[in-house]
Every structure is written in structure tokens, then in C-alpha cells.
Design a protein around this ligand. Structure first.
Ligand SMILES: [Zn+2]
Length: 469
């Protein structure tokens, strides 16, 4: 029966052909999708390895990761030894591998180029075949921590005050500065302070804040892109300062005058309302919100301006205090607020209150760039000038503002007129100095002897040392 045989033969041929096609297609099926999340460009003395691998049902035949360097292979992970890393199922299809490794776990890694390789395979065609994929990421191993050498001498820090240090750091591509407790003060290339031809020198202004302990550790730090960190001590002396305590009476008349305007002008208080008919108890509730949460939020806005600082000094000579002004309140005064004889709140006043005549011209304390000029809650109409290398000055409660952000200003240039906008009991200028967004006492910056002894002398000495080399 040749016809039947021919049909059977055709059917068999077709089936074989289909099977062959399926076999070939399976061989071309995509392997798992792989990604190396960490490290990026560098591996340091301690490093994180994070990778993801994705395939239908997270069904892997093999999954491995290792580092290749000059012919050597340094394992990071294998499905056969899952304890080598933490394995987490992120989705139905995706696994996340993560681990840290260091010189103890991988003593064979040396400085220089290396390659991270992740490979995986998955079953296809009912497990009869497998399909694999591999990715490789080029990295550089860096094991030598940055080196720091302090250059300047005689560092005197008064509680709540500022100081400067000049230091050398190598290599050049590291972040560095001064760490005071948990706060970091970045250093800037010394060329920004007039010290030329020394790419390895940095200048950092730092402070011991009013709310930090006198024994807070102060150190130079440097971090390279591989996460290696170096530190160095430098000689310094700490001086105590007494902060005053004061009592602030809060009257209903004051609340009626200031609360509605601040509520209306502060997006943080959207949903709250107040006007002339608001009950005294409601005004007091809003006042406490303003004096607490809004104060915190406004300080956060000011702290965020630190990121906009110039990398070079924009000022020269001592900063100017408001002309013919009387000091009404000093830096870091601890204030206790009373209403109808009851204590209602406590805050620390982080600037100077300077009173002159009403609507007195308010002038830039020194050269710089205007980086903020608008209404800001408790500060009312407010101007902030950046003086470079993290130093900024603030002028609050203004009745009018004459400058706009981005404007370069010179010392004594008029910024606006004093007033009583925001949380102000009367017409006065609230003046503050900020270092990396943190309030420091302005008294030092107003003092020509301090500027000369603490700042300019150190910069000249570093420049002179450079010149004599
Ligand atoms: Zn004030």
C-alpha cells in the first residue's frame, strides 16, 4: 500500500521536521536576563556585590558570579553554594543576589583592573535543552585609602563658632573635609582661596555647633569612589562659651498680629486658617505649630541652600554688622516662652536680633551671591547670601527686598529694608551666619582680628609655603 506508506512517511517527516524546528528554536531561546547592580566602577577594601537574574518562574539550572583578574578567578556566588550570598526572590521570575566581600574573603584581589562576570542558564523544551547568558562588567580594584596631612596649625574652636583648616589630600579624586561628630564639612580646592598651583591642597571651614558636646571628636576625613576612607587628626583646642537664657512673653495682641500672615504665607500650614476673628486659644495652637514644626521646616529649607555654595571665597575682610544697631538677642540664646504666665514652649535662637530704626536699610555683610530672596515662614521676607565654601549669611523679617537670586552683591550693597514680617515682635533685623546650612555665631565673622588670626593668616601661610617650595 504505497499510498498509505507515503502518507505515513510524510507524517513522520513532518513530525521530525517540527521536532527539529522546536529543537533549534529552543537553542535560540533567550537565556536569563542578568544585571550587576553593585559595584559600579570601583571595588574598595570592602565592597558590595548585588546582581539580579530573571527567568520565567525563576527556574535556573545554573547561576554563578565571580571576579576575574589577570587570569585568576575569585568566586562571589554559585547556586551550588547558595550560602555564599544572600538570595532573595524579588518577583515570581527574579532573584536578587547580594553579599559583601573584603580583603579577608578575597585576599587574592589586587589593585588594578578586574572584571565581574555573572552567568546563568535556564531549562527550555521541557528540560531537554538549556539556554544560557552571561554579562561582564569592568571594574577597578582600589585598596589604598586616601592619605591626609594637616598643613595649618593653631586651630581654636569656640563652642558655636567656626574655624578653618588647610590640608593635603591624595589622590585627587576623593571627597574630603572635616568631620565634627556626625556632621561633615567638605573641603574645597585651595585655588578657591587664592592658593595657586597646589592641586593637592584643600580648605575646609568647620564648626562645633551650639548643641554639640565640647568633647565631640573633630577629624579630617577623605573617601574615594571605591568607598575607602582615610582619617587624620589635627591639633585643635576647644573653648567654652556661655549661652544666655531668656524669657519671652507671648501676648494675644502679638498672636493676632503675626499668626494669620504666617499661616497664609506658609504652604506647610495649608488647611489651617486664621484671621482677625480667630479665638485666642486657636491662635495659640497655631503659634505653637509655627514656633515648632514650621521653624523646623524653615530651617530645613535654609540648610538645603548649602548645596548651592560656590567653591571659592566670594568675600574679603570682616563681615559688617547692621549700622547703628543695638543687639536685642544673641546667638544660641535659650528661650522659654510664656503666655498668660504659663510656660508654653522652648526654642534656641540661632541668630542675632539687631534693632535700628524702622525700615532701616539692610546691607550685605560681605561680598557674595544672592541665593534666596522670598518669604519664608517664621523668617518673613528673607534674603540669603552665599559667600562661598559653605558660608552664607541670612537677613530676616524684612519689610521689602531689593535683590533677586543669582545677583552678585558687594559688601554694604542694599538688600532691602528692615521690618517685622514673620515671627517678629517689632521692626528688627534677624541676622544669622550659616556654615554648610548650620547656624554659627556671627560674632567671629564681624571681628576683624578673628578674621585675620583664624582665617587669613592660615591661608597666607599655606600660600607662602607653596611659594617657597
Ligand atoms: Zn531673631
Amino acid at each position: 500500500m504505497p499510498v498509505i506508506r507515503a502518507v505515513l512517511g510524510l507524517a513522520a517527516g513532518l513530525a521530525l521536521g517540527a521536532a527539529l524546528a522546536a529543537w533549534i528554536a529552543a537553542g535560540q531561546a533567550a537565556g536569563p536576563t542578568l544585571e550587576v547592580v553593585q559595584p559600579g566602577e570601583f571595588i574598595g577594601r570592602t565592597a558590595s556585590f548585588v546582581a539580579t537574574a530573571e527567568t520565567p518562574g525563576a527556574e535556573f539550572l545554573t547561576l554563578t558570579a565571580h571576579i576575574e583578574q589577570e587570569g585568576g578567578v575569585h568566586p562571589l556566588f554559585s547556586l551550588d553554594d547558595p550560602a555564599s550570598a544572600a538570595l532573595e526572590q524579588e518577583t515570581d521570575d527574579r532573584l536578587r543576589i547580594s553579599r559583601t566581600f573584603d580583603r579577608e574573603s578575597h585576599p587574592g584581589l589586587a589593585e588594578g583592573p578586574a572584571r565581574i562576570v555573572v552567568a546563568a542558564s535556564r531549562p527550555v523544551l521541557f528540560g531537554m535543552r538549556e539556554s544560557g547568558s552571561e554579562i561582564a562588567v569592568d571594574v577597578t580594584v582600589r585598596l589604598t585609602p586616601p592619605r591626609l596631612t594637616p598643613l595649618s596649625t593653631l586651630h581654636y574652636v569656640t563652642h558655636g563658632g567656626s574655624e578653618i583648616v588647610v590640608y593635603r589630600v591624595t589622590p585627587g579624586d576623593v571627597e574630603s573635609g572635616v568631620r565634627v561628630g556626625g556632621r561633615e564639612y567638605p573641603g574645597y580646592p585651595a585655588s578657591g582661596a587664592g592658593i595657586e598651583d597646589r592641586d593637592d591642597l584643600r580648605v575646609a571651614f568647620f564648626a562645633l555647633l551650639h548643641d554639640q558636646d565640647l568633647g565631640t571628636p573633630i577629624q579630617l576625613y577623605a573617601r574615594d569612589p571605591a568607598g575607602n576612607e582615610g582619617t587624620a587628626d589635627f591639633a585643635h583646642r576647644i573653648f567654652e562659651r556661655q549661652f544666655r537664657r531668656s524669657r519671652i512673653p507671648v501676648s494675644d495682641g502679638f498672636l493676632r498680629r503675626v499668626v494669620p500672615g504666617i499661616v497664609a504665607g506658609s504652604p506647610e500650614l495649608a488647611g489651617e486658617t486664621a484671621d482677625g476673628s480667630t479665638e485666642p486659644s486657636e491662635l495659640l495652637r497655631l503659634y505653637l505649630l509655627i514656633n515648632g514644626q514650621l521653624r523646623e521646616s524653615n530651617r530645613g529649607t535654609l540648610a538645603g541652600l548649602a548645596a548651592e555654595t560656590a567653591t571659592r571665597l566670594l568675600w574679603s575682610g570682616p563681615f559688617r554688622q547692621l549700622a547703628n544697631s543695638q543687639v536685642e538677642s544673641g546667638f544660641a540664646d535659650h528661650r522659654t516662652y510664656f503666655h498668660d504666665g504659663d510656660e508654653i514652649d522652648q526654642q534656641v535662637h540661632l541668630g542675632f536680633d539687631l534693632a535700628s530704626t524702622a525700615n532701616a536699610p539692610v546691607r550685605a555683610a560681605n561680598g557674595g551671591t544672592v541665593i534666596f530672596a522670598e518669604y519664608l515662614g517664621i523668617f518673613g521676607r528673607c534674603v540669603v547670601i552665599d559667600h562661598g565654601m559653605g558660608l552664607q549669611s541670612l537677613y530676616a523679617h524684612l519689610s521689602s527686598i531689593d535683590v533677586t537670586p543669582g545677583m552678585a552683591v558687594e559688601r554694604d550693597q542694599q538688600l532691602g529694608l528692615s521690618g517685622q514680617t514673620g515671627l517678629a515682635g517689632g521692626d528688627h533685623l534677624h541676622f544669622a551666619m550659616l556654615l554648610q546650612g548650620r547656624p554659627v555665631t556671627p560674632m567671629e565673622w564681624w571681628d576683624e582680628h578673628w578674621i585675620e588670626d583664624r582665617v587669613l593668616r592660615k591661608l597666607r601661610a599655606a600660600a607662602g609655603e607653596t611659594a617657597s617650595r
